[in-house]
Write a protein that binds this ligand. Structure first.
Ligand SMILES: Cc1cc2nc3c(=O)[nH]c(=O)nc-3n(C[C@H](O)[C@H](O)[C@H](O)COP(=O)(O)OP(=O)(O)OC[C@H]3O[C@@H](n4cnc5c(N)ncnc54)[C@H](O)[C@@H]3O)c2cc1C
Length: 432
């Protein structure tokens, strides 16, 4: 069957719903985020017919750039091409004609040190490095998996800030985090950005694919010779399905597998999504701010603090990044709660005058987003191997992809992308 032949697929990227909701295809892809788009591109290139069903009214999932909040495109989800020197989306950006900004990230060398007294920042960095060294040594040893918090030095003054950093990286404090999983995360340390937006890049990569928007998969019946994927708009039959929905939804049973797949549901449950949220602030007189593309923690004595990125891309903005329990508490209070927290912390760093100069542009709410229910996955202590369990295919025809399935690049858009490519390659290879 050639791409689109069975269901009359239009490849017009501007057409909102080019697919009928029912029909027969070779492969159904559930979810049009980074993983689903990568899988669909690969399957289409191999000449298979496919249908991508996406619950939202847009593609991209947790990669989402908005262009209607002012003069700049803003990334509400992923923003950084992590491990950029080996990130396949750098080449995709090149193919699509999207520029890449290679400015150093604001953390690390471009930290302002505003929150620290002289000399303190060096001591913080040294203690953080020592913590990571203990983490990797424990992960390499034969001892059982434990919470990463077990490797904090009792009484170390930087422990709260180490928890805060974990909330940015993992969406969760160290007590809820498997040390072995954390140690498996691999980052080359090279971080680039797309001025037009990482979400723009992922959505552009998906243009022209046969996507049915506003169409949620509700059941996957794999009792018969062909799979039946029931959706809110109809039923598709297929030889294989690639499931890319976030673990939060798999664990909640949002897709009813018939027969049930309790091992998958368990693996998803022990790989929950942590929470990270952004607050974008417009700033008057931005030239008074710290240098562009620099960074500061709000405070250094608590885990409940945001990280602030000053003038990203040289724009008159501050991006606040909130994670873990703090983000969860502030989401409940909406944009006003994020703003109040940020205003207090920024006033502590820059003086009270900043309160009058900032204006909220947008605050995210990834936890209450019904199709995400969080930001990115982490393994609970004792469950570092759940990623491989989730990623294992069922009968060679139900494949799982998405950031949580990535062995070393989990929690990222490129990790999700690679798992989508791998799932598609497995399907193509199996068909000979
Ligand atoms: C605030 C924030 C900051 C981030 N920063 C970075 C960063 O700087 N760099 C980085 O690499 N990553 C970052 N990430 C993580 C990155 O965005 C994700 O890891 C990645 O986009 C996940 O892609 P995915 O395809 O696995 O899942 P998703 O993008 O969630 O795609 C799954 C899709 O499935 C759809 N869906 C759900 N249920 C159904 C259903 N029943 N039927 C049909 N469709 C369904 C969803 O709507 C969604 O479109 C960030 C995320 C957040 C939230």
């Amino acid at each position: 069957m050639t791409a689109g032949a069975a269901v009359g697929i239009s490849l017009d990227p501007m057409s909102p719903n080019p697919l009928p909701a029912s029909g027969a295809v070779d492969v159904v892809v559930v979810g049009a985020g980074a993983a689903g788009i990568a899988a669909a591109r690969r399957l289409a290139a191999a000449g298979l017919s496919l249908a991508v069903v996406e619950a939202r009214d847009r593609i991209g999932g947790r990669a989402w750039t908005v262009a209607d909040r002012g003069p700049y495109p803003l990334d509400l989800g992923c923003g950084w091409l992590h491990s950029a020197d080996r990130n396949p989306l750098v080449a995709v950006a090149g193919e699509l004609g999207l520029a890449i900004d290679r400015t150093l990230p604001p953390w690390g060398k471009r930290s302002t040190g505003l929150a620290f007294a002289p000399g303190e920042q060096e001591r913080w960095r040294a203690d953080l490095e020592a913590f990571y060294a203990r983490l990797h040594a424990a992960a390499d040893s034969a001892e059982r998996d434990r919470p990463a918090a077990d490797l904090l030095e009792p009484g170390n003054r930087w422990n709260p800030l180490m928890h805060a950093v974990s909330t940015y990286v993992n969406g969760v404090e160290l007590d809820r985090l498997s040390l072995r999983d954390y140690a498996r995360y691999d980052d080359s340390g090279v971080n680039w950005r797309v001025p037009q937006g990482y979400g723009t890049l992922i959505a552009a990569a998906g243009a022209g694919l046969p996507v049915r928007l506003g169409c949620a998969a509700t059941r996957i019946d794999h009792s018969g010779r062909r799979l039946a994927v029931e959706t809110t708009l109809g039923t598709l039959t297929a030889d294989a399905v690639v499931v890319t929905v976030p673990t939060s939804l798999l664990a909640a049973g949002a897709i009813d597998f018939r027969p049930a797949l309790p091992d998958k549901r368990h693996a998803a449950a022990v790989l929950p999504l942590g929470l990270a949220d952004k607050l974008l602030l417009a700033v008057e007189r931005p030239d008074d701010l710290p240098a562009q593309n620099t960074h500061s923690y709000g405070r250094i004595d608590t885990a409940a603090t945001a990280a602030y990125h000053f003038r990203p891309f040289g724009r008159p903005l501050i991006e606040g990044y909130f994670g873990g329990r703090l983000a969860r508490a502030l989401e409940a209070g909406g944009e006003a709660a994020f703003l109040a927290h940020a205003a207090d912390e920024l006033a502590g760093l820059l003086g009270n005058d900043i309160r009058r100069r900032i204006r909220p542009v947008v605050a995210t709410g990834w936890d209450r987003d019904p199709w995400a229910r969080g930001s990115y996955s982490h393994a609970l202590p004792g469950h570092a191997d759940a990623r491989a369990e989730l990623a294992a295919p069922v009968d060679g025809r139900i494949l799982f992809a998405g950031e949580a399935c990535s062995p070393h690049d989990f929690s990222t858009a490129h990790g999700a992308w690679q798992t989508g490519v791998a799932a598609a390659d497995a399907i193509v290879a199996a068909r000979g």
